[in-house]
Design a protein around this ligand. Structure first.
Ligand SMILES: *Cc1c(COP(=O)(O)O)cnc(C)c1O
Length: 373
């Protein structure tokens, strides 16, 4: 008997999954670290959320509300939604997994875009399904390619809009065209993790489409503009029948009490969100133009991060740049796992971090000498 046969084996497919690679958070030898690798906000959490978080210390022995009632009600009030059709999760990552687990089974397919969020193929595979990839055009989701990728086995389509790591988006008219082209039994998951950052008249997160369809779900997160990534809070708005299915398979207390309290407070802090948006509105175009002026190609972004493309000449590659920047405390996101080895993703940081990135990239490009041998 082989060693493998004599011990428990995961289901077929589990060991084919490449574990998610989070953005780095340390850099050897650097005095000060600027973590620009996970699209976190440089403004921190809302002071109201921090206060609410602290209040939970008085009851750590009690189980949280398994229905996240206060949080769902706060979200419903903020966006004018039906609280019964909101489901909260331990980050939107959990919700994406729940969706795959509920709707995708062995032999089924889940469709996603070429440079779509890395959590999607993991969630699809973990459910026993097969990710089917639709090519992009200029790092932008191609609705025709997504529709062509749909087969009788398709159960679900994941669309991040805006997408991470590209930063691009498709207009609402395109989202509606995608939806119109899908068979009614295919679930369309609109991941709107960066919706709050988008400043485009032709963009919509998809709330209206959820309200008027039986097969569309929208996911959102408190990890990005709300600055609560550490607490793991996501939410989903969907048809009642989808929320019902997910409620049956989720863990009973999937959102902890500190997260419920802090999330409910954060969503009422309009001033904090406005400040984060104003910061992004100022620095996203600034970084785009400064980095482009250095001669690097930057994919136009509507989120709080930028996809920067590097040359392939030895000494000037994305890998070289990452090493150069890391030594100076600037941690960007490498994208080998996304099949974008020649690019780095940069999160919009503090004023200080942003200046330092441009200055350091300039130094890198002027100092970089071709590696020998
Ligand atoms: C950051 C991000 C999320 C949010 O994940 P959480 O689990 O809520 O922290 C979801 N989708 C995309 C595309 C993201 O970039």
């Amino acid at each position: 008997m082989s060693a493998a046969a004599s011990r428990p084996q995961p289901r077929p497919g589990v060991l084919d999954i490449e574990a998610y690679v989070p953005g780095k958070s340390t850099a050897e030898g650097a005095e000060k670290i600027y973590k620009l690798s996970s699209n976190e906000t440089p403004l921190g959490a809302s002071p109201k959320a921090i206060e609410a978080f602290k209040s939970v210390v008085q009851g750590l022995e009690f189980y949280p509300d398994g229905l996240s009632t206060k949080l769902r009600e706060a979200i419903a009030a903020k966006y004018g939604l039906d609280a019964e059709r909101i489901l909260c999760g331990s980050g939107s990552d959990e919700l994406l997994s729940l969706l795959a687990n509920a709707y995708v089974g062995p032999g089924d397919e889940g469709v996603m875009s070429e440079y779509g969020f890395l959590v999607y193929p993991i969630a699809i595979r973990a459910a026993g399904g097969k990710p089917v990839i639709a090519k992009e055009r200029d790092f932008q989701t191609d609705v025709d390619a997504l529709l062509k990728a749909v087969t009788p086995r398709t159960k679900l389509v994941f669309l991040a809009n805006p997408n991470n790591p590209t930063g691009t988006y498709i207009p609402y008219s395109e989202v509606k065209r995608l939806h119109a082209g899908l068979p009614p039994h295919v679930l369309l998951v609109l991941d709107a993790a960066y919706a709050e950052y988008v400043r485009r008249n032709d963009y919509a997160s998809g709330l209206e489409l959820v309200s008027t369809s039986e097969n569309v779900v929208m996911t959102r997160t408190f990890s990005k503009i709300f600055g609560l990534a550490n607490l793991r809070i996501g939410w989903l708005y969907g048809p009642a029948h989808v929320v019902d299915a997910l409620n049956r398979i989720r863990s009973a207390f999937n959102v902890n009490g500190a997260a419920i309290a802090a999330g409910a407070a954060a969503i009422t802090d309009d001033a904090h969100v406005a400040a984060a948006l104003a910061h992004n509105d100022r620095w996203l175009p600034w970084l785009t133009s400064k980095i482009s002026a250095l001669g690097l190609s930057v994919t136009p972004s509507v989120g709080n991060f930028l996809l920067i493309h590097f040359p392939t000449e030895p000494g000037k590659t994305a890998k070289d740049a990452d090493a150069f920047l890391s030594r100076r405390g600037l941690i960007l996101r490498t994208l080998g796992a996304y099949n974008l080895p020649n690019a780095l993703r940069l999160t919009i940081g503090s004023e200080e971090a942003n200046h330092k990135v441009v200055e350091t990239l300039g130094k890198f490009l002027s100092e970089a000498v071709p590696a020998r041998g």
